[in-house]
Design a protein. Structure first.
Length: 222
């Protein structure tokens, strides 16, 4: 991941969609450090990027994470405190993670606008499979019949975002049962496989990228 730390520069960055990087199965800490380095080094000419990947089993909790939501059993899963917003969540193989390294000022977006676009991309993806997704007020993410299928967490530094969203596709959901997902005790968690989606995860990821690129190009709402 160290090669990703140097931002790609372009004098016409504002005219281009984010560069998409497919990173496969990538360690969480190395990816986090690469995102932080990319964001610290970027300037107004740096191209935006969208990193799409999966992580080995990892629990992460945000800057406001509370101890009562942390794992209740001693699984052999790494626990990492990170610099995003939000409480605890789980990452593992079979979950699609999309990290959004964006210059929000150039896009004319605030945090709320970015959250809405990330959620909309997932809602549009679900619609491709005739699944009706939902937003829940005060609880960012996307839900199906009350169960969470996608989680969001962001960090904004000098007007630029990193972290992003995770979408449960075809994974082991058992580790979610040992935490309070996103800080909500008893919150049900689901995934696309349980919702009847049998398409390969690579195809689902490609669909998600297409929807993210489209929603990020949509006009900002003021």
């Amino acid at each position: 991941m160290s090669s990703l730390a140097a931002p790609a520069r372009s004098a016409a960055a504002a005219a281009h969609a984010p560069r998409v990087r497919e990173l496969g199965l990538a360690p969480y800490l190395g990816t986090l450090q690469a995102m932080q380095a990319f964001t610290a080094q970027r300037d107004a000419r740096t191209d935006d990027e969208l990193w799409v990947l999966q992580h080995p089993p990892t629990y992460t909790y945000g800057v406001a994470g509370r101890v009562e939501h942390l794992p209740r059993s001693m699984r052999d899963i790494e626990l990492v405190k990170v610099d995003r917003g939000g409480q605890i969540t789980y990452h593992g193989p079979g979950q699609i993670v999309a990290y959004t390294l964006l210059d929000l000022r150039r896009l004319g977006l605030g945090v709320k606008g970015l959250v809405q676009r990330l959620e909309q991309a997932v809602l549009d993806l679900l619609a491709d499979y005739d699944i009706e997704g939902e937003r829940h007020a005060g609880a960012p993410g996307v839900y199906v019949r009350g169960a969470k299928v996608a989680a969001l967490g962001l960090r904004i530094r000098s007007g630029c975002s990193y972290h992003g969203l995770s979408l449960n596709a075809d994974m082991d959901l058992a580790p979610f049962r040992d935490i309070d997902p996103c800080g909500h005790p008893g919150l049900a968690v689901t995934q696309l496989r349980e919702l009847g989606v049998v398409e390969p995860i690579e195809c689902i990821g490609a669909r998600l990228v297409d929807h993210l690129l489209r929603t990020l190009r949509s006009p900002a709402q003021h």
